[in-house]
Design a binder for this molecule. Structure first.
Ligand code: SAM
Length: 282
């Protein structure tokens, strides 16, 4: 195994600082620095980028990002117990690591970052999904970030990259694929973490497209997709009834059979359907 830096091994860091993993904070730590460097490489060339890392914990991924040459890393961590370990990393990489203690859902990182910005995180899954949806639905596009490299439960990762016709296909796939190129870059067994989680994990890489893949107004598309998948087993003429009495005409006008179910409908067709509601607004 290669040494990626001169800092102590992660097991030692965790023991020295008494970082017993806390379930309430979703703490499953990566201990293999070669693996964290590999995850950092998924994010691409970071030498000209600031990186926002959410939930650095004892700093395994942080060290991977810095060793792989990230220009600067801003790390937001909720657990104050991790701060001394992160301070040691900051001292080993002068001027390149800034740590903020806080809840990533509440802290605005933008004041501390200079574009281009990559986001990289191994977060508890519930926080990760909430942040992903937030990052995918900003007030304006393009967003503040160029890429997202995020660890999820494998099942959630599969929902992000799912194609029509599959059980995993739904709101998350459509939100992600409308304005990003999304792929699963790596899958990891539970044993890659300490303590091991119950399920496999996967690293998803999302690259922001300069423009949406198909034209549509974000708010309308989000509403149509959420309504359609709220009752995914129903035919669209029933599940979308709440969007107006003429929903069958709208579906027909864009070539979607009203008897189709949401999980069969492509992103392009959902965008076309969303555009029929834009005309009402004029
Ligand atoms: N990145 C480290 C690694 O890969 O070993 C730790 C990963 S662990 C799955 C998740 C980390 O996120 C923990 O350090 C936890 O304290 C932190 N965390 C949990 N909720 C958070 C939140 N809302 N904001 C910031 N950090 C959070």
């Amino acid at each position: 195994m290669n040494q990626i830096d001169t800092l102590p091994p992660l097991r030692e860091v965790i023991a020295t600082h008494g970082l017993v993993a806390r379930k309430a904070l979703g703490q499953n730590f990566l201990l293999d620095l070669n693996l964290t460097a590999r995850i950092a490489r998924v994010a691409g060339d970071l030498s000209d980028m600031d990186v926002l890392e959410v939930g650095p914990g004892p700093g395994g991924l942080t060290r991977g990002l810095l060793a792989e040459g990230a220009r600067r890393v801003l790390a937001i961590e909720k657990d104050a117990r991790c701060l001394p370990a992160l301070a040691e990393i900051a001292a080993a990489y002068p001027g390149r690591l800034q740590v903020i203690e806080g809840d990533a859902l509440a802290v605005d990182p933008l004041a501390h970052l200079t574009p281009p910005i990559a986001v990289c995180a191994n977060l508890p899954y519930n926080v990760g999904t909430e942040l992903l949806v937030r990052w995918l639905t900003p007030a304006e596009w393009p967003p503040f970030w160029s890429t997202l490299t995020l660890m999820f439960q494998k099942e959630v990762a599969e929902r992000i990259v799912a194609q029509p016709g599959s059980k995993a296909y739904g709101r998350l796939a459509l939100l992600a694929q409308w304005r990003t190129d999304a792929r699963i870059a790596l899958t990891l067994p539970p044993g890659a973490f300490s303590p091991p989680p119950k399920v496999h994990s996967a690293v998803v890489h999302l690259k922001a497209l300069p423009e949406p893949r198909f034209p549509a107004q974000a708010k309308i598309l989000e509403r149509v997709v959420a309504t359609a998948f709220n009752q995914r087993r129903k035919m669209l003429r029933a599940s979308l009834k709440g969007l107006g009495p003429d929903i069958e005409d709208r579906l027909n006008s864009v070539g979607i059979p009203p008897t189709e179910r949401a999980e069969q409908v492509s992103l392009e067709a959902f965008c076309a359907l969303a555009r029929t509601f834009e005309k009402d607004r004029r």
